[in-house]
Design a protein around this ligand. Structure first.
Ligand SMILES: [Zn+2]
Length: 347
């Protein structure tokens, strides 16, 4: 039986500061990704930022109906709609000039109080449950990814996730570190396994607990990474007609420092279907498989992408990557299927 699975995940959202239109930055690119996936009968996992859709619904934004329709279609086509949370949308205000006023001090979910984390998770899970119940679809919200990968410190968050029936997390990008007081994560130390369980620290394997299926990461040459970054600058690096900007919670001065830090870390990348070339995606997949195949365990590759930067170029690369994966016997899967087979294997 095939041991290698690929879970393709896409963070389904506008930009983190509320910019970007729903049609061109979310619905349109998701349609393209779904078309490519359907061609290979591959299920797509959408990590939908539910707090933003709750805000859109509160302010009666017209396209939220189209979002709901697409989430239902994804689930019905064999895909998987799961939970992504950007807490800055908590009590967001929609302004008269069609902009959003978000609370950027709430960027990191792990820094929020127990009651805010609890509220965000319960309200989001309820929203998803109600949506699928309305369409009589058998549904379970069981997987989570923290907005901006900011899951640490993970103890309280993990407790609340488990309390609400979630069993999988996919926020960790092994080897990735980003240090800014407002939006940090540190995955420099992690279990040398393709997946593990944790109940306190997301980077420490501990049973029983919630499954961590980390995002596949690896290295490409610094030049190749730099070329990719340069190619995707400006509108070329965004979905067709999508306009928005990556404004975060940090000051301009810090942003300059962050850019320098990113340059220093050139070459360490995630298996990103939006930004990497097909050769880089293959290279990363092969590295990951090589690293873990010796352990004779089931292996899961987890790819990540974002609707807003799924460009014309991404479409071409992603199509070729799926064709390569399919030709190499890699099984397209969902977290639920992978989790079940791993639990079966582990008895
Ligand atoms: Zn996100």
């Amino acid at each position: 039986m095939n041991k290698i699975s690929l879970v393709v995940t896409v963070d389904y959202e506008v930009f983190g500061n509320g910019s970007g239109c729903v049609e061109s930055c979310v619905l349109g690119p998701a349609r393209k990704i779904l078309d490519i996936m359907n061609h290979y009968s591959a299920p797509l996992t959408l990590f939908a930022d539910i707090p933003e859709f709750i805000a859109m619904e509160t302010y009666k934004r017209p396209l939220v109906h189209e979002i709901k329709k697409q989430l239902v279609e994804t689930q019905l086509s064999g895909g998987d709609v799961q939970l992504h949370i950007h807490p800055q949308w908590y009590r967001a205000h929609h302004l008269f000039d069609d902009r959003w006023q978000l609370d950027m001090s709430k960027w990191r979910i792990a820094d929020q109080s127990t009651s805010v984390i609890n509220h965000l998770i319960v309200a989001s899970v309820d929203w998803l449950d109600a949506l699928f119940k309305e369409h009589s679809i058998d549904y379970e919200c069981y997987a989570f990814r923290a907005g901006g990968w900011c899951i640490q410190p993970s103890k309280e968050l993990a407790r609340i996730l488990i309390e609400n029936g979630l069993r999988v997390d996919s926020s960790v990008a092994p080897g990735h570190v980003f240090r800014d007081s407002n939006e940090w994560y540190d995955f420099s130390v992690y279990p040398r396994d393709p997946y593990w369980r944790f109940s306190d620290d997301v980077c420490v394997s501990e049973e029983p607990g919630i499954w961590e299926f980390p995002i596949t990461t690896g290295t490409v040459s610094k030049w190749s990474h730099l070329a990719t970054l340069l190619r995707s600058r400006g509108s070329k690096g965004l979905a067709q007609n999508c306009k928005g900007n990556y404004g975060g919670p940090s000051s301009k001065l810090k942003k300059v420092a962050n850019r320098l830090e990113k340059l220093r870390r050139l070459g360490t990348v995630m298996l990103d279907i939006s930004t990497l070339s097909v050769d880089q995606m293959k290279q990363l997949s092969e590295q990951w498989l090589e690293k873990y195949i010796k352990k004779n365990k089931k292996i899961s590759l987890v790819a990540i992408g974002h609707t807003k930067n799924f460009s014309e170029n991404s479409s071409r690369n992603f199509e070729k990557y799926l064709s390569w994966a399919s030709a190499n016997g890699i099984q397209f899967s969902t977290f639920k299927k992978v989790m079940k087979s791993v639990e079966y294997e582990n008895g």
